[in-house]
Design a protein around this ligand. Sequence first.
Ligand SMILES: [Zn+2]
Length: 289
Amino acid sequence: MPELPEVETVCRGLTEVFPTPIAIAKVEVCEARLREPIVPQEVQSLQGSQVTRFFRRAKYMLWEVGEQLVVSHLGMTGSWRVINSSLRGGAASMAGTAVIEQQKPHDHVLVYLRGDPRILVYNDPRRFGLFRVIPKANWQEHPYFQQLGPEPLEKAKFTADQLLTLSRGRSVAVKNFLMDQKVVVGIGNIYASEILFRSGVRPHRLARRVSRDEFSRIVRESRRVLKAAIEKGGTTFRDFRQTGGGEGHFYQKLKVYERAGQPCRRCQTLIRQTTIGGRSSYWCPTCQK
Ligand SMILES: [Zn+2]
């Protein structure tokens, strides 16, 4: 499932491939069923408007379009890619464009651009993603965003003190605490395991038993891990493709995730796997206390 670095990678990829502003000529919906159905009136309202910015909040990708925002969430298996309109239906080829592909099963949304043969395509086999349009004014107050905790890469808001305060009196494993989007956004199963390994804290420890020093390490390692993953273009996923069809290279950097039974890269102890809150968790019994 895409986490913060993967969504950031998609955002940066789109910005690189489509330097804003870009004009939307038409939006075609092939399959409206997603986590919430795509609303035809919303999509039509984008026609003829300009996208002035792609940005990210938590695991949502946002497109600034006039007084509106497109809210795109990749869910579990969503991806954006680029196809060339001149190639649809096997028409004559057109050189010099990014990625040349035909339409695929599970394509939900096709965004046509004005004066540009490329089409932005949203694909989502498991349909947990989102493609909605909301007003830009006070968007942070919208139900999608209202409850979200701070961005882990924002220094002022994501602090050890804040984690300490939020964790007291809570009977939740520290790993699930870090994955709680009200505590901090964008951290899921993979990065929570990696952050806790690098912080020396066992994933099943109760959050309320984690000390301030340990939370300081967790904050520091969260930033390091997420930044390193963004630099590498995210982690390789069975079902996740970056914009342009590439794959992330952070998988090779993982220290514990999906490494059960293999020697710890730091101390050679075999990595263990425990299920916490229904999710597989990986940890080193020597390096983590
Ligand atoms: Zn170890």
